[in-house]
Design a protein around this ligand. Structure first.
Ligand SMILES: [Zn+2]
Length: 270
């Protein structure tokens, strides 16, 4: 199968270039746009962008390659495009960090002391977007969540508080232990019983933590499948299935993380 090269910039087809006033609020507002992952992206908007200062083609870069002035970004620029990275789930983290530091340095307010009001504003907005983009992309779970959100495929579980089947028993026991712990406290702190319940909670906690590690591992595996699917130009139906799988892992993961956190809280109070 032929390699499909996806462009870094994935604006909604034919979208107008942003004017300076609405630029900051529109940058990551993807509502109403095509989902670039599911449809063929277009690069026309990015390649036809020219610098407002010297009219050179900017290719959608942060700074004009000819005069160095800061530029508005094309509409629909996502966090991956922000760093000039391909929309892959396995990111080169040292490279991401290098680009983050380089952009932080170039966007520093000291560099804009004698710049126009518009350029100063662009640099301030861009700096805060830079931090959001970096925080999101450096975390592999947040990265998947973000990618699914871009594709309109991130859906919280409808039955939000439903336990994953493999943890039903533990969740049931956890609730029972919590009830009994409460009773033991109310009836004057039976030390032996409290210690026994504490042991049970610790065992449950271990089980939850190992389920969380399993979910993370599964997410890593499906993320790698996703990247391979992109490389080989897999059909949309297969991609959709992979995204649904990632979405359901994220839901399970968030349920388990809540269990870990609430058990930790109870254990800290005993
Ligand atoms: Zn220029």
């Amino acid at each position: 199968m032929g390699e499909v090269r996806r462009p870094f910039f994935l604006p909604g087809g034919g979208a107008p270039l942003p004017n300076h006033e609405e630029f900051p609020s529109r940058l990551f507002d993807l509502a109403g746009q095509d989902h670039p992952i599911m449809s063929a992206p277009s690069t026309t908007a990015a390649t036809s962008i020219t610098c407002g200062n010297c009219s050179a083609a900017t290719g959608g870069a942060h700074f004009c390659p000819a005069c160095g002035k800061i530029q508005p970004l094309p509409p629909g620029t996502d966090y991956f495009a922000f760093f000039g990275l391909q929309r892959k789930l396995a990111l080169d983290l040292p490279e991401l960090e290098r680009r983050f530091h380089s952009l932080s340095w170039r966007l520093h307010p000291d560099n804009f002391m004698r710049a126009s009001e518009l350029e100063r504003q662009l640099s301030l907005d861009r700096s805060s977007q830079l931090n959001d983009a970096y925080r999101t992309l450096r975390d592999p779970v947040a990265r998947v969540e973000y990618m699914l959100g871009l594709a309109g495929m991130r859906k919280e579980g409808q039955k939000k508080q439903q336990a994953p089947p493999e943890l039903l028993e533990e969740v049931f026991e956890l609730n029972e232990s919590l009830d009994r712990l409460r009773e033991a406290r109310e009836s004057g702190e039976n030390a032996a019983e409290t210690a026994g319940l504490r042991g049970k909670l610790e065992a449950a906690q271990q089980k939850f933590e190992s389920s969380l590690a399993d979910a993370d591992q599964e997410l890593t595996q499906v993320s790698a499948q996703w990247d391979r699917a992109l490389d080989s130009g897999t059909d949309d139906a297969t991609k959709k299935k992979l995204m649904e799988r990632m979405n359901s892992i994220l839901n399970r993961r968030s349920y388990i993380r809540n269990l870990v956190e609430s058990t930790q809280k109870v254990l800290a109070g005993t």
